[in-house]
Design a protein. Structure first.
Ligand code: 4AD
Ligand code: MG
Length: 431
């Protein structure tokens, strides 16, 4: 008999198969038991009819409790009413382990309880769907950058300096010296771009931010492309093409997951490049028009501001050319207007906030040295970064996309904590 998985049953219609599975749920009507089975690849219903199986098989099926592990043996039937399109007519059940008192029952549980049981909660259909969408975003990311001439380069996690500012650095000992966990691989990716032209990274990122919002994780995953001979405008085109590509890939390859999450797919279908652009200046005016009286030129935007701006568009929107004073030291000033930089944040629709931060980088050695003085970057750990401007400096740009915020938006998940398998939050390091 063929041993297979739920995802593969479509190849075995009207044939007998054996599948390793867990019991998600069970209904019984005396003479028939309906087993809701999952195996990680999907969900399927197994139908056990008392008059059609041995007495022992019926008893074994009856003994199954929630999250018991088993092998199910049965005939694959096409069934148009079931979400997967297939059903199993059960012939036999081999119990592997009977589970007792599984903590997560079909009733409502509070979020802290579920988070404490994250190692088990991952098995539920909603969490499964969100993390399958995460997987598709990662797959489509590699596909997009590989198809477009990028080389993947891995920056270090342990670093001797800060990339995005010193206030939210994770400090650790590096033998008898000090080190920090990476806040961004960008500075290293700039070195890589000078060696490979177009590069991207995908790795863990650490921010010791005391933020407790639906958009903040302490440990998250970032995709950071960096491109030599590429100006800010050219970088925006790559960004909108990339984001469109991952959204369309999820629409194509995660139909079942989007359905399980009740995601309004018409909103996602509209996500096609090009995306609208609004300058920081115009965004300030837009906010004033919308009644935000307290915001002034030079202020950074908070979540309510971003949401209000995004509401005016049905696609992600680039907010460009922020004031130099509120952005990172490495951003290139606009040659026509020194007080703003060649940068953009990409704000997702529906209130999911900033998913990309990007900019053209300073390529002029003396200007970068000036910025080092202004920002007090005296640590020798920054020396090597200057050398990139000393030996064959070129115009270059790059950006960072936050994976969890992007997955939250695409999957329609309110809080980023459900978009990463084991979230690290201000008050959570367990499990
Ligand atoms: O805007 P950020 O800080 O940009 C950088 O780190 C640049 N060095 C990237 C680059 O140009 N290579 O972070 C980029 C993105 C944000 O837009 C957001 O999506 C995500 O990373 N992000 C977070 N996601 C979850 N939790 C946090 N605490 C995040 N902080 C940033
Ligand atoms: Mg940012």
């Amino acid at each position: 008999m063929q041993k297979t998985t739920i995802a593969e049953v479509k190849h075995y219609v009207e044939q007998d198969v054996k599948i390793g599975a867990w019991l998600a749920n069970k209904r019984s009507s005396g003479k028939i038991q309906f087993l809701q089975l999952r195996d990680g690849t999907g969900f399927i219903q197994g139908v056990v009819v008392k008059s059609e199986v041995s007495e022992e098989a019926w008893e074994r099926a009856s003994s199954l409790t929630q999250e018991s592990s088993l092998y199910i043996i049965g005939t694959v039937r096409e069934d148009h009413r079931s979400p997967s399109g297939y059903e199993l007519t059960v012939k036999d059940v081999e119990v592997i382990q009977l589970a007792h008192d599984y903590p997560i029952t079909p009733k409502e549980h509070g979020i802290e309880f579920l988070m404490d049981h994250r190692h088990l909660w991952l098995r539920s259909s909603r969490q499964h769907a969100i993390l399958k969408i995460r997987n598709e975003v990662i797959r489509a990311t590699y596909e997009f950058f590989n198809n477009n001439g990028f080389t993947k380069v891995d920056p270090p996690i342990l670093t001797g300096s800060s990339a995005e500012g010193t206030t939210d650095l994770f400090h650790t000992k590096y033998f008898d010296r000090d080190a920090y966990l990476s806040q961004s691989g960008q500075l290293y990716m700039e070195a890589a771009a000078m060696a490979f032209g177009k590069v991207f990274s995908f790795g863990p990122t650490f921010r010791a931010e005391k933020s407790k919002t639906r958009r903040h994780l302490i440990e998250f995953w970032m995709i950071e492309p960096e491109m030599a001979f590429t100006d800010h405008e050219e970088s925006l085109v790559i960004q909108e093409n990339y984001v469109s590509y991952i959204v369309q890939s999820v629409l194509k390859n995660c139909q079942m997951e989007l359905k399980a999450l009740d995601r309004d797919v018409s909103k996602l279908e509209a996500i096609q490049a090009p995306f609208p652009r609004i300058s920081y200046d115009d965004a300030i005016q837009l906010l004033k028009d919308k009644g935000f009286d307290d915001i002034d030129w030079g202020d950074d935007f908070g979540a309510p501001h971003e949401t209000a701006i995004a509401e005016s568009f049905d696609k992600p929107v680039f907010i460009t050319n922020y004031p130099t004073s509120i952005k990172a030291f490495y951003m290139k000033p606009d040659p026509n207007r020194e007080e703003v930089v060649l940068c953009a944040d990409l704000i997702a629709p529906e209130g999911y906030g900033e998913i990309i931060g990007g900019s053209q980088r300073i390529d002029d050695l003396s200007l970068l040295e000036e910025r080092y003085k202004e920002h007090n970057l005296t640590d020798p750990a920054y020396e090597w970064y200057l050398e990139l401007r000393r030996y064959g400096s070129v115009p270059h740009s790059g950006f960072g996309l936050g994976l969890e915020r992007t997955v939250a938006w695409i999957s329609g998940t309110e809080h980023v904590r459900e978009t990463i398998p084991f979230p690290r939050l201000l008050n959570r390091l367990y499990p």
